[in-house]
Design a protein around this ligand. Sequence first.
Ligand SMILES: [Zn+2]
Length: 350
Amino acid sequence: MRLMDPLPAAERHEVTAGDGVPLRLTRYQGGTKGPVLLVHGAGVWSGMFKLPTISENFVQYLVRHGYDTWLLDWRASTQLPLRQFSLDEAAEHDMPAAVRKLREVTKADSVQAVVHCAGSVTFFMSLAAGYLPDVRGVVASQVALHHRVPRSTLLKSRMRLPDILDVAVNYMSPDEGTQNPRLQAAFGKMVDLVYRECGSTVCHRLSFLYGRLYRHARLNTQTHERLHEQFGRCNMQTFRHLAQMARAGHAVRYDYGKEENLRRYGSAKPPDYLDPKHLKLPITFVVGDHNQTYLPTSSELTYEWLREANGAALYERKVLEGYGHLDTFMGSTASRDTYPVILQALEARA
Ligand SMILES: [Zn+2]
C-alpha cells in the first residue's frame, strides 16, 4: 500500500436548498478540469468518496488527475440532521441548489457529475424534470430511472416493510447508537442468523436494509471494520419512496395515497419521471456485474430507453467485472479497476 497523496485543503461551502434545508459542499481543488459534483447515496455521506482506509480513494484520484472536485452532502447525508423526506423534494430543491452554488463559486458555465445509487436516482429525477440544464455530462453509478432489485428486496417492498416499521421508528440504521437500543439489538440478532459471510452485525444489518452492498472480497479489512463510519441513519419516508419505486419498476413521485395524490398531482397514482426530453446529454452508466442492491438490468433499461428516445450517440454503458455496488468506490483496488472507467467518461468532456 503506497502512502496517500495529500489532498489540497478542503473548502467548505454551505448551501441552502430551495425549500430552506441546509446542505453542504466540500471542494478539493485539484485543478481546472471539471468542475465535477459527486453525489452520494442514501444512508451514507460524501465520505464514501474519500475513504481513509484504501490506498487511493476517489477524491484523491480525481485530484491527481486535475479535477476541481466537489462533494455534496444532500439531505440524505448521515452527517446532516435527520429529516423525513421524499426523493422528489431532494430532486427539486437539493440538486439544483448544489449545481447553482458550484457554478457561482467556480464561474463555470456547466458542470459534470458522478452520481451513485439513491443519489443517482434523485439526480436523474431532477434532470428529467428539467431542473438541471447546466449539467453537461453525467456518470451514473448502478441505477438511474429504472429499478430492478433482487427478489428478497422486492419481497420486503411488497410486504410494505418500511410502512410497518414506520410505526415503531422514524429511521433505520446499521449501527448501535439508535433511538431504540432493544429493537436494534433484536434486529442485530435476527440479521446475524440470516447472513453468515462475516462476523460483523453492522455489515449484516446493511445487507438486510439495502441488499448486499459490496462484495466482501473487494473490501480490505480496515474498510470492513470501519463500516460504521460510513453508514448511518436513513429516514423511513425515503425507504418508503425507494420501496415504491422498486415496486413500480421505475422512478415515480411519492405515493401519498389516492386522496392526497389527487390533490397534489391531479391523478390517483403518482406520475413517473420517464420523460427523456431533458436527458439529451452525454451519460455514461457504470454498473457492477455482481450488484445485489440494484440488479445490473436497472441501468440497462434506462440506457436502452434513452438510446431509443434520443439516439445512441450520447450514451454509453460500462460493466465493471467482478464488482458489486458500493465497492465501485470503496473497493481496495478500485483506483486500478473502476476509477479509470469513470475518468475516461469525464475526460471526454473535461
Ligand atoms: Zn461483512
